[in-house]
Design a protein around this ligand. Structure first.
Ligand code: SAH
Length: 248
């Protein structure tokens, strides 16, 4: 899959794309990321990409023409059409289902806004979908783009060390949409606190049962909405329900 990222700050992506477990997804081309700076196609002495907002008020707005021209460059390079996604507080909130959708796709063109945002005429003419990463405002769409690219890369086969380990992550349908259980490592005792004994027992059935209990406990405490969703989807067993009842 190919993601074309349109950003005024492509340099922000270099360390992200070359660090950590997801690096392999980007370097192997499994998640092929290309960066485009609208400034490269902007005209005039100053290669302007932003201008004052009509109607007055503070801040600048990204001009539509350099963005539209960048889409033309991408279309030529890419050779096939792709959905155009704009990161914006207006958009649909990013969650596991949306990440999974893009993880199964051919990719997309990701537009990172800056300043007060993007001229609405560009949005109306070219943007297919808008994505928000939460009810707060960032200075640019680059962090949201990285959030999406990272989450998509994690879901690619053979990217995480253990081929299936994303199945054990929070929100994953393989975990019935629950939160992950707590994790412990060495030493067995730290600052007066011991690791739960069952984890040292080597008894796989008991460990699996303990983890399921912890997932249910954590989820019911911190995200009861996810318990309701799992129940509505028929994902909770009678044993799960009995445990949840004992927590009340
Ligand atoms: N004036 C806008 C905010 C602009 S912030 C408003 O009040 O809604 C500049 C850019 O950062 C936006 O164009 C968008 O691309 C990005 N951005 C900011 N917050 C975001 C969020 N919560 N989710 C996704 N993108 C966001």
């Amino acid at each position: 899959m190919r993601f074309d990222v349109v950003t005024l700050f492509p340099e922000l992506f270099a360390p992200f794309l070359t660090t950590g477990i997801t690096r392999r997804a980007y370097s192997s081309g499994a998640v092929d990321v290309h960066l485009f700076n609208p400034r490269d196609v902007a005209t005039g002495n100053y290669r302007r990409v932003d201008d004052r907002t009509f109607g007055g008020g503070p801040g600048m707005v990204m001009m539509p023409e350099p963005l539209a021209k960048t889409l033309e460059v991408i279309a030529t390079e890419r050779g096939y059409t792709a959905k155009v996604v704009l990161f914006s507080p207006v958009g649909q909130r990013l969650n596991h289902d949306l990440v999974q959708k893009w993880a199964n796709s051919d990719g997309a063109i990701l537009i990172c806004g800056r300043y007060e945002g993007v001229d609405q005429r560009f949005v109306d003419a070219h943007v297919d979908e808008q994505i928000s990463i939460g009810d707060f405002v960032l200075s640019g769409g680059e962090l949201p783009a990285m959030a999406l690219l990272d989450a998509v890369a994690r879901l690619q086969p053979d990217i995480l060390g253990d081929a299936d380990s994303h199945h054990f992550d929070s929100f994953n349908p393989a975990l019935d949409g629950l939160l992950d259980c707590p994790h412990y490592t060495r030493p067995e005792e730290w600052a007066g606190q011991a690791v739960p004994e069952v984890l040292l027992s080597g008894h796989h059935v008991n460990i699996a049962r303990w983890r399921r209990e912890q997932q249910l406990r954590l989820t019911s405490r911190y995200r009861p909405d996810l318990i309701l969703a799992a129940r509505a989807a028929g994902r909770l067993s009678p044993k799960d329900e009995a445990l949840l009842k004992s927590l009340l």
